[in-house]
Ligand binder design. Structure first.
Ligand SMILES: O=C(O)CCC(=O)C(=O)O
Ligand SMILES: [Fe+2]
Length: 342
């Protein structure tokens, strides 16, 4: 054991200790005192190890106890930071990103799934955020399209959706087909659908390019929709948008998910960040920015959730892609679909 403790004199603290040291110094011969200062110091520290190594232990097993307490404190900090997890911003609202990529290994289930579709397997799974794909004018036009439709309905709770393809619109606790209503049937002009298609095509090409697949093996799929989120308490389970999920599990046909943000985090709303739940309890956060596009593979490697909105209104669009031509949908034109997608 290393902690043999004796009562120890502490320099500068005890008058008797200093006195003893003075007496020691007086005992040195005048000849000795002419020796170099270095020599004197060395002798003194040799006699008094405390000066060299700091205060010596003062109670039994002091060193053991000190170390135990320090290790315990360190473990406590490590444990709590592990439990709480870390947050790494992937995209801040004030940043203007041309392309921020975060490549990842595909989850086994996603890899097994996309292998059924030759040419649709990504070179690498992961995420990409871009603020330079969609222009400010396009983002504004999409926001106006979203607001115009959503203003005809709205959920009782905090999440309302509008799907221009099927016409589905949240109203109260349920959904209606907006195109079957008097106000909804002529709400959009051809120019609105043209803008929508143009934006969709840009995102479609960017997804294909980023994941290094041909745009021809990628199809727009259901549901592709606008969302409007607020802090209203949920009226039904459809309003609970904050649960962690894997898109491939929630929406069977999804292989690639993209999001177009239509409002600004910290300006139009608070809360409502998009959060990827990563390995080792690390969360990568995306702060919505108007016109920002986020795209990612829809498997387990991109498990995520949206934080509850604390205040304001958050508009976004989920644009979904599949590798399975059976699940392809066409661009909207305001006509009622003969076959409503499942
Ligand atoms: O609006 C978002 O940021 C994400 C929405 C989402 O996770 C989804 O539509 O599956
Ligand atoms: Fe999702």
């Amino acid at each position: 054991m290393e902690t043999e403790t004796k009562p120890v004199r502490r320099p500068g603290k005890s008058a008797s200790a200093n006195k003893a040291r003075e007496t020691d110094q007086k005992k040195d011969s005048p000849k000795d005192s002419k020796k170099s200062k270095v020599g004197d110091d060395t002798q003194q520290t040799e006699r008094d190890p405390e000066l060299k190594y700091g205060p010596m232990p003062r109670f039994p097993h002091q060193r053991v106890w000190t170390r135990a307490v320090m290790i315990l404190a360190l473990l406590t900090v490590v444990y709590f930071s592990y439990k709480t997890g870390k947050e790494v911003p992937l995209a801040r609202q004030h940043e203007i990103l041309h392309q921020r990529k975060q490549p990842l290994e595909c989850s086994d289930s996603f890899k097994a799934e996309v292998e059924h579709y030759p040419g649709c397997v990504p070179e690498k799974c992961g995420r990409l955020i871009s603020d330079s794909l969609i222009t400010a004018a396009e983002a504004q036009a999409m926001l106006e399209i979203a607001k115009r439709g959503l203003n005809l309905g709205g959920s009782l709770g905090g999440a309302s959706i509008l799907d221009l393809h099927s016409g589905a619109l949240s109203v109260g606790r349920t959904f209606i087909n907006m195109y079957l209503t008097e106000k909804g049937k002529n709400i959009y002009r051809k120019s609105d659908f043209d803008t929508y298609k143009q934006v969709r095509m840009k995102i479609h090409r960017a997804v294909a390019q980023n994941f290094k697949i041909s745009p021809d093996v990628l199809y727009l799929t259901h549901p592709t929709f606008f969302s409007r989120l607020t802090n209203l308490p949920p009226g039904t389970e459809h309003d609970e948008y904050w649960h962690p999920h894997v898109d491939k599990d929630t929406y069977e046909s999804f292989h690639y998910t993209s999001l177009l943000y239509l409002s600004d985090y910290g300006e139009d709303f608070d809360g409502g960040r998009f959060v990827f739940i990563d390995k080792d309890n690390v969360n990568s956060t995306v702060e919505p920015r108007k016109g920002r596009v986020s795209m990612f593979t829809s498997g387990k490697e991109n498990t995520h959730f949206v934080e509850r909105v604390r205040s304001g209104t958050r508009f976004a669009m989920t644009v979904s892609f599949t590798c399975d031509p059976k699940h392809a949908i066409s661009d909207p034109n305001g006509k009622v679909l003969k076959r409503v997608p499942k």
